[in-house]
Ligand binder design. Structure first.
Ligand code: DAH
Length: 367
């Protein structure tokens, strides 16, 4: 860039006129800059060390002391107006740049959903999402039980000690409470309100309503103080079953579970019961189903046994009937409960349950 050619002339008016001209042309240059790089260049040309404006500093020295004061002030003011203009333009350009980038990087999830295999190209490219595998499994379980004559009921996820423990034959400080890693809520007296550790409290709510007989399943979310790993989630789902009627036997329970197993898993799949303990049933059992991975011949998933444990069950304990005011001399019943996430895991052969929560679209679209 060449020096301004006012050397020698040095008149104050001429100096001021040159400053004004330079300010006007620089202002135009700065405000026309279309992006951040162009602005940096315009700034260098208008205000940089080798700019015409900077060249005027040298000219100042040739003016008289009095003229120099006025000329210096004019020059400085012009310079700071241009600097302000440059930084305002910079803010504008950066924000435009940000929106441009956000727009370019925006991910439209409906665009990345895979086309189901066999669908014609383009037909499903903007397919809507679908229910999570756990929700699909819950819906399917409900359908199977409804077809067997059961009703579907629900209860709250925040429960009182009475419903989650006490009415289920676990009085305060009962050691069996240790089977559940309970999360208490800061509500009321300490350790009186909690996130339910199982769906069994809904049994109590149904029995208290005393609309007998009861044939119901109760699906829902449960919470335990568990560290997530391949087979545990601190927030998970269970489905509870309850039958209360006159003359209900252990045989009815075994038959119902067997019926459910073949209806849900398909022909050739069976169930078996093994003695166990739960405070709210007597006798209690664990129920197992044919391992769906190997069909019963033994594999890694079932540790070679051919069976997979699904949940617990048993005959409703007379103490539970007494807690809700049902006469155990007149009525009897059975209950069962198992994990829905675990069931989905076993049925689909998922190595790690945490995949259900990862929201990885490549995983989710497989179901
Ligand atoms: N509530 C039990 C649990 O979470 C499972 C269970 C066992 C439910 C036996 C029942 C039952 O209804 O009869 O571990």
């Amino acid at each position: 860039m060449t020096r301004p050619d006012i050397d020698g002339a040095a008149g104050l008016d001429e100096f001021i006129a040159t400053v004004r001209e330079l300010e006007a042309s620089s202002a135009q240059l700065l405000s026309r800059a279309g992006d951040v790089e162009a602005l940096a260049e315009a700034k260098r040309d208008s205000l940089g060390k080798r700019s015409k404006l900077a060249g005027l500093n040298a000219v100042l020295g040739k003016l008289s002391a009095e003229q120099r004061r006025e000329a210096g002030a004019v020059l400085n003011e012009a310079r700071s107006r241009l600097e302000e203009l440059a930084s305002a333009r910079s803010v504008e350009l950066e924000s435009a740049e940000r929106s441009r980038r956000a727009e370019a990087e925006r991910v439209d999830l409906t665009e990345v959903l895979a086309r189901p295999s066999g669908a014609p190209l383009g037909a499903f490219d903007r397919r809507r999402g679908h229910l999570n595998l756990v929700t699909q499994t819950r819906d399917e379980l409900e359908d199977v039980f409804v077809s067997m004559g059961f009703a579907v009921a629900e209860g709250p996820e925040a429960e009182t000690d009475w419903y989650n423990f006490e009415a289920l034959n676990m009085p305060p400080a009962h050691p069996a409470r240790g089977m559940w890693d309970t999360l208490y809520l800061k509500l009321g007296e300490p350790e009186t309100v909690l996130l339910r550790t199982h769906t069994s409290p809904v049994q109590i709510r149904l029995m208290e309503a005393k609309q007998l007989p009861i044939y119901a399943v109760m699906p829902g979310r449960c919470y335990r103080r568990d560290t997530p790993d391949a087979r545990h989630l601190p927030v998970f789902h269970q489905i509870e079953g309850l039958v209360v009627d006159k003359g209900i036997t252990f045989g009815d329970m075994a038959g119902t579970i067997e019926e459910f197993t073949s209806a849900f898993f398909g022909e050739g799949m069976h169930s078996r019961l093994r003695p166990s303990f739960f405070p709210f049933t007597e006798p209690s059992a664990e129920f197992e189903v044919t391992c769906p991975i190997c069909g019963g011949s033994g594999c890694r998933t079932c540790s070679g046994s051919g069976w997979i444990e699904l949940g617990g069950c048993g005959m409703v304990d007379p103490n539970v009937f007494e807690a809700v005011g049902i006469d155990p001399e007149v009525y009897s019943g059975f209950a069962f409960g198992f994990g829905i996430d675990r069931l989905a895991q076993v049925r689909q052969g998922l190595p790690d349950m945490r995949a259900l929560l990862d929201n990885d679209i490549r995983f989710l679209t497989q179901f």
